[in-house]
Design a protein around this ligand. Structure first.
Ligand code: GDG
Length: 499
């Protein structure tokens, strides 16, 4: 990485900057960074620490928040003295840059107003629903758009500030689509990659966006724009031709005298980590305990999602209710556990969804539960990785039924956790993961009868057949883990010959 800029980078390394850390001490950080990740969030959470020692050092402490992205990028970041730019998750002033686990973290400040307009508004009430097939109507507000532009500009400026000459900058996701072009304008020497974690919509939908040309030009500032699926990359190439008349051939288009590549890089998980967790005797023990606490049912059906209207939680509950009503499933032989992790709770769509899901859970339990034996165990909480792994190990059937999903890592985590134990995955055709996990019980979540049939087939699958299917999917995941995803993307970005 950094390519021909290596000479310049080593010269820059001689220039040492002093940056005050949040611990109140002083750290020396070597010059500028040859590899920079720009994402809405930093890969850390702030922990409230009110001890005297913490108060003396400014009181801000951090805990890594391990996610797939940071796991995949950590080795690359450490090797290349990388920097990660992102929001700390708390509105107000940003702490000074600091180091954690060999990575420099540069916190961005977002005011309360910006959290509301840029993050909850433009990102999560306009772009998120629009890019997910408008399964909820996107809301368009001019003042949200302005805040989005302003925040994107600040992220771009921060990246321009920390990146070494000819560095590689990798911008992540839908909150920062204007950053590539803004950054290129500030720093034409950089190699810029962008990866979109969510779907990219077909032209007809994208055209609703009042900011459509600006967003498209924003993305075209990158050298490589990565998507979860080939279809999304094609939507993007077609859109550029439609809106700007930009010709393309294969996966490359010509834009303002540069080449821009649009390709698919299906993201994955840290498969080895999930397998290690699932093999851990304590996790196994916890899985057995969960089954016992559920009353040792014949079939445990599991859903794990952020409480989001794209995830098809209501559709899955309804399918379960109808199957109980028809006697094709019954309590206590079958129970469902639905983890719905709290998410974006200040956004209106999400508040409405919570009401609908909880009403449905109440209805099912009212109709089919017994004293001490609910039909659905609904958990609006967050869990540790090991508790999630225990739930995956405890579940005979996993239901992943999004109406639209860029990839869906939960589906991949379930497969990775099942080892030789079989189990069945019911998976929506509209999750990116369906492109790879072909041995799942695929269904169209809009077709309720189809979902019910897929669930019944999964519940009744012959154990040997279940193990066969799971084995094929596991082998696929072992070859395509998140490290492979990151290196494929960075190799493709590094291979660009016009740089
Ligand atoms: C976006 C795209 C794409 C969930 N609850 C808990 C918890 N989780 C973890 C899961 C999984 C992750 O969160 C969720 O990932 P998904 O892929 O399922 O969905 P999104 O959050 O919508 O992610 C998606 C992804 O980006 C990556 O590109 O696949 O399509 O929408 O890892 O395990 N983790 C913990 N406690 C919980 O309660 N620790």
């Amino acid at each position: 990485m950094g390519g021909a800029g290596g000479e310049r980078i080593s010269r820059l390394k001689g220039r040492v900057e002093i940056i005050r850390s949040d611990y109140g001490g002083e750290q020396t950080l070597a010059g500028k960074s040859p590899f920079v990740v720009v994402a809405n969030r930093l890969p850390v959470d702030e922990v409230t620490d009110d001890t005297p020692a913490a108060r003396m050092s400014g009181g801000r402490r951090w805990r890594p928040s391990p996610g797939g992205l940071v796991t995949a990028l950590h080795p690359v970041l450490v090797e290349h003295k990388g920097t990660w730019i992102g929001w700390s998750g708390t509105a107000g002033d940003a702490p000074e840059p600091f180091e954690m686990d060999g990575i420099t973290l540069v916190p961005m400040a977002l005011s309360d107003d910006e959290v509301e307009r840029y993050y909850e508004g433009q990102s999560n009430a306009t772009i998120w629903p629009l890019y997910h097939d408008a399964v909820e109507p996107p809301v368009f507000r001019r003042r949200w758009r302005d805040a989005y532009r302003e925040v994107n500009r600040r992220y771009a400026e921060a990246a321009a500030e920390v990146a070494a000459y000819r560095a590689t900058v990798w911008v992540q996701d839908y909150q920062l689509q204007l950053v590539p072009a803004m950054l290129r304008e500030l720093r034409p020497d950089l190699r810029i990659g962008f990866f979109l974690h969510i779907p990219f919509p077909p032209i007809e939908l994208f055209m609703q966006l009042p900011q459509r040309t600006e967003v498209l030009r924003g993305l075209l500032g990158a050298d490589l724009v990565g998507f979860q699926q080939r279809l999304a990359a094609q939507n993007f190439l077609r859109l550029a031709r439609h809106l700007l008349g930009t010709p393309y051939s294969g996966s490359t288009l010509e834009y303002e005298g540069r080449k821009v590549k649009a390709e698919a890089f299906p993201i994955s998980i840290d498969v080895a980590e999930m397998q290690r967790l699932a093999d851990n005797p304590l996790v196994r023990e916890r899985a057995a305990q969960i089954r016992a606490e559920l009353g040792d049912p014949k079939t445990v059906i599991l859903g794990v999602d952020r409480l989001d209207y794209t995830k098809g939680i209501e559709h899955r509950l309804k399918a379960f209710r109808e199957l109980l009503g028809e006697g094709r499933l019954s309590v206590p032989e079958a129970v469902m556990v639905q983890v719905a992790t709290p998410s974006r709770e200040r956004v209106e769509h999400y508040q409405a969804l919570r009401v609908k899901v909880e009403r449905e859970v109440g209805r099912i339990n009212g109709d089919f539960g017994r004293v001490g034996v609910p039909a659905v165990h609904y958990l609006h909480q967050s869990y540790s990785r090991s508790e999630l792994a225990a739930l995956y190990c405890a579940a005979d059937v996993m239901m992943v039924t999004p109406l639209r999903d860029g990839m869906n890592l939960v589906a991949k985590e379930y497969v990775a956790a099942r080892a030789e134990h079989g189990g069945a995955l019911v998976l929506s055709e509209f999750a990116g993961a369906a492109g790879e996990l072909r041995q799942a019980f695929l269904c169209n979540p809009h077709d309720l009868d189809g979902v019910k049939d897929a669930l019944i087939r999964a519940v009744n699958v012959d154990p040997a057949e279940a193990r066969r299917r799971m084995g094929i999917m596991q082998r696929h995941l072992r070859r395509h883990d998140v490290a492979a995803w990151a290196s494929d993307f960075l190799r493709s970005l590094g291979d660009l010959d016009d740089h």
